[in-house]
Design a protein. Structure first.
Ligand SMILES: [Zn+2]
Length: 136
């Protein structure tokens, strides 16, 4: 198992969180009780993080950041940045323009046609799935 800086930071955060909870709520506990309490909180924090991670992965699966292209292939590669967004390329080498998201507004993907013009492709409203963009 490889341990990186992020793991150490997370561990410290969890330890601090556990200690903080003991400090706030454990004033009347004996030191043995504090230790047990700390272990329980420490495990509890892990369980909570695990559930959040699991829900996050589940959410990513049904609400992927990168949907499939028009031919059902993966959009795989970042190509370049333009002023109002980024261009990505799919497995069949078509280009898609990801509009720079404005917070809490819909995200849009437009297909870059051979002549460089943009056709609306997909749109995703906050907390919704990608759907066909029917706007002009
Ligand atoms: Zn494609």
């Amino acid at each position: 198992m490889k341990i990186n800086l992020i793991d150490i930071l997370w561990l410290s955060l969890k330890l601090i969180l556990g200690a903080l909870i003991i400090f706030l709520f454990g004033k009347n506990l004996s030191s043995n009780q504090k230790l047990i309490y700390f272990v329980v909180v420490f495990i509890g924090v892990h369980v909570v993080f695990f559930i959040i991670g699991w829900l996050g992965r589940k959410y990513d699966k049904t609400h992927p950041l990168f949907p499939e292209c028009e031919n059902g292939k993966e959009i795989i590669k970042y190509l370049r940045s333009v002023e109002s967004g980024q261009i990505f390329i799919c497995e069949c080498r078509d280009e898609y323009f990801f509009e720079r998201p404005h917070s809490f507004k819909a995200r849009r993907i437009l297909k870059v046609d051979n002549n460089g013009s943009l056709t609306p492709y997909l749109i995703r409203h906050p907390f919704r799935k990608w759907e066909k963009d029917t706007s002009e």
